[in-house]
Structures are given as C-alpha cells and as structure tokens.
Design a protein. Sequence first.
Length: 101
Amino acid sequence: MSTPRVRLPRTAREGEEIEIRTLISHPMVTGVGLGDTRNMLTRFTALMNGDMVLQYDFGNGSAANPTFAFHVRVAAPGAFAFIWRQEDGTEFSTEQSVSVS
C-alpha cells in the first residue's frame, strides 16, 4: 500500500539545481467519520549525504498519496534518502543517487 516513488536526475553538473519529485501511495485516513481507524503519515524527510534538505510535518488536512516537488543545488555527488514516517512509527523509505560531472 505505502509505496514510495522518487524522480530525480541521475547526473548533474557541479552547482546545478535539480528538481526532485516524490510520491507515496498512502490513504491518509483521518479517522473522522464512518468509524474509520486513523492512518496518517506524520513526517517526510529528505536527506542528501546525511544532511537534511527538506522536512515536512503532515496535518489532518493532508491529501491521500502526498507528493512533493522541490529543488536542491548539488555541488558534489549525492546520496539521497527519503523517509516517510507514519503515526505508529512505521517508516517507508527509498534511496537514490546523483553523480556530478
């Protein structure tokens, strides 16, 4: 169900600003109405070489299948890690790299 997907270029020039797009398939059930059990993401974190480049805390108004698009300037080769945390502590993550020429 909670499948993370990330799109970013495989290569970039030194100092280039790249666009990163993320999407996770997640129902984001608030638990309000119809007796549904709450099932929400609480935080999204993006790291580059271990340094945080983006962190977002979700609220009740967050849509199902949340997506993010953001830009990062790469000065050196980068190993990116993307982590989505659910209320119960479950984490969904994926990693990708960008080489610099």
